[in-house]
Design a protein around this ligand. Structure first.
Ligand code: UD1
Length: 418
């Protein structure tokens, strides 16, 4: 049976080297992209996490073949697609499941999907995805619980995204690869996961320019072909370990990272008094236990990642002074504040801002992981707390972190799953 709780005995200073796994968000996007072709797509450096397993089930429900030759590789083949509509009970497991829409619509002219699941962190609408498909000529209907899209062949269009949605950009980019004519996406997301997907699609024969900026230009082609792709390092996992080093006053080399993807976090850690040295593929993070309060804002890339907002808040409970944490991406991503308070943190939330006074001595107690990153914040708080912290509902953490407990143990943490 999968473990349900983490038991952490806090107070250990983390030391050593930790290797970061492949990016969750880049992996699930690459998996969706395999639906664009009948040929095989081979993915390396795939994280062994819950969301990858959920996405594999979504693809299999459509008739795609998914093999895992090793724990870090995936062989995907969408040669015999038998359905254009994944079952709702699988779609609700992860929000990325909605990314099957773009590839299916572009390749087969039809797709249907329920509104996706994922973490409860705000309204998380899908209007920009649907508006984009519609502007490319798709007929969109809402039937029973599903959105259905149909188009003989999508046509290129100039699309303005109301918000630079990450999944929205990926979905529309994939749809546009096989459209007739050129698509321009204005106000596109610029996250590294967008760039890595664009690189994969271009290797499949697509013609995408501008990835990493806020304007993408995609010239549609008639067909794409299979490829292989190495998944980029998980910048959120890397950031979590960097914060773990800082919060325990430790000395940790976080390896296998792309330091330029973590610039916003590194800047804020330095401002708070943490020593961070960047090397090739490495962040060397050292904390001496003296942290200063800072203000952070979670924003679209290259701003500080919203997925690191809760972990940073855990760190700031240990900083001297008053820290302000502004969440600018999701409207309901401060629910973890009540769990941190149970541990003794002096933190209040007002709308989308948390105000933290520190430093406070955190005390271990029973808390609940409310979502994957809120759970990570509690693990970090537990590492710094006096006594024993018991975190329940850690299945959220297993969705996004590969062997989080094992990796932390290798750095000297006392963390067990039960
Ligand atoms: C992705 C990431 C998630 C990360 C988030 C923001 C994946 C699998 N997940 O989620 O880890 O926290 O980016 O970096 O890659 N919005 C709209 N209309 C839409 C879609 C989104 O208004 O149609 C709004 C949302 O309400 C939210 C904001 O856009 O306020 C950001 O959402 P989005 O970028 O879409 O996040 P996801 O792509 O779901």
């Amino acid at each position: 049976m999968a473990s349900e709780r983490f038991i952490i005995d806090g107070g250990q200073r983390l030391q050593g080297t930790v290797e970061v796994s492949g990016s969750k968000n880049a992996a699930v996007a690459a998996m969706a992209a395999s639906l664009l072709v009948p040929d095989e797509c081979y993915l390396e450096n795939v994280p062994d996490i819950g969301d990858v397993k959920f996405m594999a089930r979504v693809l299999e429900s459509l008739g795609a073949e998914v093999e895992r030759p090793s724990p870090s590789t995936l062989r995907l083949r969408a040669a015999h697609i038998t359905s254009f509509s994944p079952p709702t009970e699988q779609v609700v497991n992860l929000r990325a499941s909605f990314m099957v829409m773009g590839p299916l619509l572009a390749r087969f002219g039809q797709a249907a999907c329920s509104p996706p699941g994922g973490d409860v962190i705000g309204q998380r609408p899908i209007d920009v995805h649907l508006a984009g498909f519609s502007a490319m000529g798709a007929d969109i209907r809402h039937q029973e619980e599903k959105f259905m899209a149909q188009a003989k062949r999508l046509r290129g269009a100039r699309l303005f995204m109301d918000y630079p949605s990450v999944l929205g950009t990926q979905n529309l980019m994939m749809a546009a690869t096989l459209a007739k004519g050129t698509t321009v996406i204005v106000n596109a997301a610029a996250e590294p996961e967008i760039v890595s997907l664009a690189e994969m699609l271009n290797r499949m024969g697509a013609c995408i320019q501008g990835a990493g900026s806020h304007t993408l230009e995609i010239e549609g082609v008639d067909a794409l072909h299979g490829t292989s792709q190495r998944i980029i390092p998980d910048r959120i996992e890397a950031g979590t370990f960097a914060i773990a080093a800082a919060i325990t006053g430790g000395d940790v080399r976080v390896c296998g990272v792309e330091p330029q993807h973590l610039y916003s976090l590194v800047s804020k850690l330095r401002e708070a008094g943490v020593q961070v040295d960047e090397g090739e593929g490495v962040l060397h993070v050292r904390g001496d236990g003296q942290l200063a309060a800072v203000t952070i804002q979670a924003l679209p890339y290259p701003g500080l990642a919203t997925d690191l907002q809760a972990p940073m808040a855990a760190l700031l409970t240990q900083a001297r002074g008053v820290s302000y944490v502004h969440e600018r991406v999701f409207e309901n991503r401060l629910l973890y504040v009540s769990e941190l308070r149970k541990m003794g943190a002096e933190v209040i939330s007002t709308g989308t801002t948390a105000i933290i006074s520190g430093p406070t001595s955190l005390i271990g107690t029973s808390v609940r992981a409310l979502d994957v990153r809120a759970g990570a914040a509690l693990v970090l708080a537990g590492l710094a707390a006096r006594g024993r912290t018991v975190i329940s509902d850690i299945y959220h953490l297993n969705r996004g972190y590969q062997r989080l407990d094992g990796k932390l143990r290798s750095l000297g943490a006392s963390i067990q799953s039960a």
